[in-house]
Design a protein around this ligand. Structure first.
Ligand SMILES: [Fe+2]
Length: 281
């Protein structure tokens, strides 16, 4: 077992006073201390954008990260922070990224962290295609905590087949969000239907980092290679603006244990809600 893995966290709410994450600079510094102790050397700060956080601007995030990095350097904390965003899916999302109003991860113009409404799933294929036309790859954040996906985990295969990548929350794997998200997170590890573990940390107490706990759990469930891939290597590639290998680990979907009949929620999810017609050609 690798005793000192070095993590990169692509999803955390550490910018002070900008969203429902860190309330102030002192809390952000405390969070960075916890992250460093957990083994994280690089963070992408991802305040919420769009949805109820449509007032959060790209420039405010960049300025917040610059100020935070200065404070961390002054405090002797060896953690590098780059700007990004946790972006609520909206019809205008691809256009807003193109206009520079919504941030890509690490501000590299490569990956966009996508957040579904928590209570429902709808097909991401049109959005992922629209992003791909702009040279971007969508990363779906915490699918294991989405109620629509919990009801029908099969759709995660659809996301990956449509070119998306999946980010599971560290705490989900260790049970911090309850049994249902944990079961989905475990399914993703078992099926290797996972590209990233990230903390989605909001503070040091209620929503902490927990990368090491997830890393150790993946080793127990699968192997050290997968743990390193999703906790260290793939996240570091996003931090550096490099491609991450997507697609399905198996040549075909070997395990569709959650498949439901054609006229249940999987079929409906392609047609209702925000599906087709949202992301124009
Ligand atoms: Fe988040």
């Amino acid at each position: 077992m690798n005793s000192r893995p070095i993590f990169t966290d692509i999803h955390c709410h550490i910018v002070p006073g900008i969203d429902d994450g860190s309330a102030n600079l002192a809390e952000s510094i405390a969070m960075a201390h916890v992250a460093e102790a957990d083994g994280t050397k690089s963070l992408i700060a991802t305040p919420h954008q769009l949805g109820t956080n449509c007032h959060v601007t790209a420039e405010a995030i960049r300025q917040g990260v610059t100020g935070l990095q200065k404070a961390l350097n002054a405090d002797g904390i060896s953690v590098s922070v780059l700007p990004g965003a946790d972006v609520r899916i909206e019809p205008e999302l691809p256009k807003l990224v193109k206009q520079g109003k919504v941030l890509t991860l690490a501000d590299r113009g490569k990956h966009v962290l996508l957040e579904l409404p928590h209570e429902t799933y709808f097909s991401l294929a049109p959005l992922l295609a629209a992003l791909a036309r702009q040279g971007l790859v969508g990363i779906l954040s915490h699918p294991e905590r989405n109620r629509g996906i919990i009801k029908n985990p099969d759709v995660m295969w659809d996301v990956v087949e449509a070119g998306g990548l999946l980010q599971i929350t560290a705490g989900s794997l260790t049970g911090a969000f309850g049994r249902s998200p944990q079961k989905i997170a475990e399914l993703c590890v078992e099926e290797r239907l996972i590209h990233f573990i990230a903390s989605d940390a909001h503070d040091t107490k209620n929503r902490p980092f927990g990368m090491r706990g997830a890393y150790d759990t993946i080793i127990e469930m699968a192997d050290e290679g997968l743990a390193n891939l999703v906790c260290c290597e793939n996240p570091a590639r996003v931090f550096e603006g490099k491609d991450v290998k997507g697609g399905l680990a198996a040549k075909k979907r070997s395990t569709r244990r959650f498949r439901q009949s054609d006229n249940t929620s999987r079929g409906k999810s392609r047609k209702d809600g925000f599906g087709f017609g949202w992301f124009g050609q």
